[in-house]
Write a protein that binds this ligand. Structure first.
Ligand SMILES: Nc1ncnc2c1ncn2[C@@H]1O[C@H](COP(=O)(O)OP(=O)(O)OP(=O)(O)O)[C@@H](O)[C@H]1O
Ligand SMILES: [Mg+2]
Length: 354
C-alpha cells in the first residue's frame, strides 16, 4: 500500500520546502519548521530568501531548475535559518511535477565534506591556525638566522665535503624562511583597497609575468568577452589570485606543458545571499581552465584550506590565499576537476556606477 503523499512529506527526515514561482515558500515539512524554528503557518507565503540565508548562488540554481525542468545538486553550502548558526548542507532542488515554476528544495546537513564544486571561506579553525603559525614564524626566524650565520662561519674552516653539509644547513634554513614568509603574507593581508578595474588588464598582467617565469612551458589561450564591465577589486590582491591559479595549473601540467584557457563572461543571474543580508550580484565570471591531471581526489574537498597540498614541495597556501582574497571581496570561487579538465571559476561584483 502506498502511503498518502502528505505522510511522505511529513516523514522526510530532512528540511524540505516547496518554493513557488515567485520564490515564496508554499509549503514546509516538520524538519523544515524545526530548522527555521517557526511554525508552518508563520512560514508559508514568506519569501524563501528572507527565511533562509544560503551562502551560494541559489537563485541561479532555481532559475536553472525552472527552465531545464531537471534536478540540481549543490554541495557544501552554508545555510542558516532562524537565529541558528549556519549549517553546512548539501542542497537538492527539483522541479515540482504538474506545478510550473514550483521547485522542491531539500537540505541535507552534512558532516563529511568530500565532494566537488565546493566553495569557500577560510574556516575559523584555519584562521586560528594561521594566527598561531604567524606567532611561531616570528619565534623561529631569529634562531634560524643564528643557525645560518653559525653554519656560514663554520664553513670557512672546513674542507669541501664538510662544506657541503654546512651549505645544506644554509639552504634548508632559507627554505624554512621562505615558507614562514608565505605564512606571514597570509596573515598580513590588508583589507582590499577596491577600485574599478578591468579584469582583462589584470589577466594580461598575470599572463605576462607567468609566461616569462613559471608558465614558460604552457600555452595560454584567452577567450575574453570584450564587453565585460569593470569589476571592483584590489588590483594587487586579484593579480595574486590569478598568479596563484596559473602557477598551480603550470605546476600540475609538469615539464611537458599543457594549455591554460582563460575565459571571461557575464552572467547576471549569479548572486550570493549572505546571512547578514549583504552580497549582491556577482555577474563577472572568470574561468581558469587547464587540461592537466586534475586535483588529487583525496584533497579536493580541502584544497582551499591552508597547508593542504598534493605536491611534494607544496606548502598548500596558494589556494588558501586565493580563497581568502576572493571572500574578502565578497566574491565566490568554485572548482571542478577531473583528469584532463580542471576549472576554477571566480565570480566577482561589478564596479558601482559613477
Ligand atoms: N590546476 C590544478 N591542477 C591540479 N592540481 C591542482 C591544481 N590547482 C591546485 N591543485 C592541487 O591543489 C593543491 C593545493 O594547491 P595550493 O596552491 O593551495 O598549494 P600548493 O600549490 O601545493 O603550494 P603553494 O601554492 O603554497 O606553493 C596542490 O598541491 C595541487 O595538488
Ligand atoms: Mg600553489
Amino acid at each position: 500500500m502506498t502511503p498518502p503523499s502528505d505522510t511522505i512529506w511529513a516523514s522526510l527526515p530532512v528540511p524540505a520546502f516547496i518554493v513557488d514561482e515567485a520564490d515564496g515558500i508554499a509549503d514546509v515539512n516538520p524538519p523544515g519548521e524545526q530548522f527555521l524554528n517557526a511554525s508552518a503557518r508563520a512560514i508559508r507565503g514568506q519569501p524563501v530568501f528572507d527565511k533562509l540565508a544560503i551562502d551560494a548562488p541559489i537563485e541561479e540554481a532555481f532559475a536553472r531548475v525552472r527552465t531545464d525542468l531537471s534536478p540540481l545538486f549543490v554541495n557544501t553550502v552554508e545555510v542558516s535559518g532562524g537565529n541558528a548558526p549556519p549549517v553546512t548542507c548539501n542542497i537538492q532542488i527539483a522541479p515540482v511535477i504538474g506545478q510550473p515554476g514550483h521547485v522542491l528544495l531539500l537540505m541535507e546537513p552534512r558532516q563529511i565534506a568530500n565532494r566537488l564544486g565546493r566553495a569557500h571561506s577560510a574556516s575559523s579553525a584555519a584562521k586560528s591556525a594561521i594566527g598561531m603559525a604567524e606567532m611561531l614564524s616570528h619565534e623561529i626566524k631569529n634562531p634560524l638566522a643564528g643557525i645560518t650565520g653559525a653554519a656560514q662561519l663554520l664553513s670557512m674552516n672546513l674542507n669541501a665535503p664538510d662544506q657541503e653539509l654546512t651549505d645544506l644547513i644554509v639552504e634548508e634554513s632559507r627554505r624554512i624562511v621562505a615558507l614562514l614568509e608565505q605564512v606571514e603574507q597570509f596573515g598580513n593581508l590588508a583589507p582590499p583597497e577596491r577600485r574599478a578595474v578591468n579584469v582583462h588588464d589584470l589577466l594580461d598582467r598575470a599572463v605576462k609575468s607567468a609566461t616569462v617565469g613559471f608558465a614558460a612551458h604552457m600555452k595560454i589561450v584567452e577567450d575574453f568577452d570584450p564587453s565585460l564591465p569593470p569589476t571592483f577589486v584590489d588590483a594587487n590582491q586579484m593579480l595574486q589570485v590569478f598568479l596563484n591559479l596559473l602557477k598551480n595549473a603550470a605546476e600540475a601540467a609538469g615539464k611537458n606543458g599543457g594549455t591554460i584557457t582563460l575565459r571571461t563572461f557575464y552572467d547576471m543571474s549569479l548572486r550570493l545571499r549572505r546571512r547578514d543580508g549583504s552580497g549582491g550580484a556577482l555577474p563577472l565570471q572568470i574561468e581558469i581552465i587547464d587540461d592537466g591531471p586534475g586535483l588529487p581526489p583525496e584533497i579536493i574537498s580541502e584544497a582551499f584550506e591552508p597547508f593542504v597540498s598534493g605536491r611534494e614541495n607544496g606548502t598548500g597556501l596558494g589556494l588558501a590565499l586565493v580563497s581568502k582574497i576572493i571572500s574578502d571581496h565578497g566574491g565566490w570561487i568554485a572548482v571542478e576537476s577531473s583528469p584532463g579538465r580542471t576549472m576554477f571559476r571566480i565570480s566577482l561584483p561589478m564596479a558601482p556606477k559613477e
